[in-house]
Design a protein. Structure first.
Length: 236
């Protein structure tokens, strides 16, 4: 939502004695069960060094410059319409695409056209941080370069699904377990894959660490009636 609409929402919250929590570090913090109503201001997408490059997708999305409100309660009485609703899912994926299949997703024109320029610009400092992060997560057989292919393929699958559940339209799903994924908030917050009515998303390590989401579990992201990111409701 724009700043004027957000100020109106904040006023309603204050009148009801509700404090809205700002995402000052990771943008996924408002997804935590501990947060009743949270929000992500535009500058937050660049505030956390570990996620800054990854969240460059926000700048190229239709939502750039807008404020995201994340709530565990129904905000319809406040005049807001859900952009998406996030709920638990029983879906499980038994096998994931291998390196060759992942690289094929990266070759698609849809992914190449959608990716922001900063997404693949990994400097030496970030490479060092990522190498340390891999050790912390217990990943020893993969280099970050190899893991980054999975990160790219995963986003590519939500842009033009190759791996999905069949229904009235494709329901794309994440292509790895938590430790192999990155920036899942882009799918959870409808930055990537907003055209699909449903998505099945596994949280990345950051969403597990900062928001307490369940590792290796799929969450169902259901598109609401609005496209203007008025609000996002979480039932976790």
């Amino acid at each position: 939502m724009d700043s004027e609409r957000f100020d109106h929402v904040k006023t309603i919250a204050a009148e009801k004695g509700i404090s809205m929590q700002e995402a000052k570090k990771a943008v996924c913090v408002p997804l935590s069960k501990k947060v009743d109503i949270g929000y992500v201001p535009p500058h937050a997408w660049e505030a956390y060094a570990l996620c800054k490059r990854q969240l460059s997708w926000y700048k190229t999305s239709p939502h750039f410059g807008r404020i995201l409100v994340v709530s565990s309660r129904n905000l319809a009485p406040w005049g807001l319409v859900e952009e998406v609703r996030i709920t638990n899912s029983k879906f499980r994926c038994r096998t994931f695409p291998g390196p060759d299949e992942q690289l094929a997703l990266l070759d698609r024109e849809s992914y190449q056209a959608a990716k922001p320029e900063a997404w693949e610009k990994i400097d030496s400092d970030e490479k060092k941080r990522n190498s340390r992060w891999l050790k912390i997560m217990g990943i020893h057989r993969l280099s970050y370069e190899e893991l980054f292919v999975t990160h790219c393929a995963n986003h590519a699958n939500f842009i033009e699904p190759e791996y999905f559940l069949e229904g009235e339209e494709p329901i794309p799903y994440s292509l790895g377990k938590t430790t192999h994924l990155c920036s899942a908030c882009l799918e959870l917050f409808n930055i990537i894959g907003s055209e699909w009515k449903k998505k099945l998303v596994v949280p990345c390590p950051g969403a597990v660490l900062f928001a307490g989401m369940a590792s290796n579990r799929y969450y169902e992201v259901i598109h609401g009636d609005a496209y203007d990111t008025l609000a996002l409701k979480c039932i976790l």
